[in-house]
Design a protein around this ligand. Sequence first.
Ligand code: IPD
Ligand code: CA
Ligand code: CA
Length: 260
Amino acid sequence: MADMKEVLLRATAEAGKIIQFYFNGTFKINNKGSVNNLVTEVDKLSEDRIIEIIRENFPDHSIISEEVGELLKPSDYQWIIDPIDGTVNFAHGIPICCVSIALKYKDDLMLGAVYNPMMNELFFAEKGEGATLNGIPISVSTKTDFKQACLVTGFPYKWPESKEHPIKVFERFIMEGLPIRRLGSAAIDLCWVACGRFDGFWEYNLSSWDVAAGYLIVQEAGGVITNFEGSPYNVFERETLATNGHIHEAMLEAINRRSA
Ligand code: IPD
Ligand code: CA
Ligand code: CA
């Protein structure tokens, strides 16, 4: 049987070639659901190639992929795919986008890869084996003072009335003088926490394909990832908080402290 890690890395590389080939080129763009929720024909091309490679090698495994949905089989193995994370960036020629592929066995993420071909950055993690960037081990930052943290977030297209508007939490951090970035790719946000560029990331309403690979990469790089209550996180949850661990409590407190 083919090696799962080899297949995951091959699918990631092939998708990366497709993304890079079309970047800044000509392709069709459609919207789904809302006017700025985009899907391009390159998302589909990338997805088709990834699924083709997985199916050739593991025809009995389940797949969840953003554009095609669930291709379920009675298997304990599940591939979770975002064929382009950061599609709005991709459609605008902003080189912050990637392919993200994870492999889950039962409840455990086993493998994860996130590749931004425009920056030639491949983040990879295997459960229990640590995380790497282009083959070199990475770890989260060592910053302990929340007031000096550099953070990243994203804004959902929709949020429930019961939740404080995400801009309020953002405003609170800004008012405290913290630098906050908004890159537009949750998978890259997580990987940049994993390699210490950011100290923390939070976002509401992400999907499993946005976070699965990045989640394992953060964990294997020594980071902490929970929901907004601080409870253990799973990729099918809607609240994502990933940090270097040191500032986790401070971020939880700030996210849950409602503005007057
Ligand atoms: C989006 C990106 C973005 C996040 C959105 C996601 P897509 O994924 O990860 O950073 O804020 O919620 O939907 O649509 O580019 O795959
Ligand atoms: Ca995504
Ligand atoms: Ca996507």
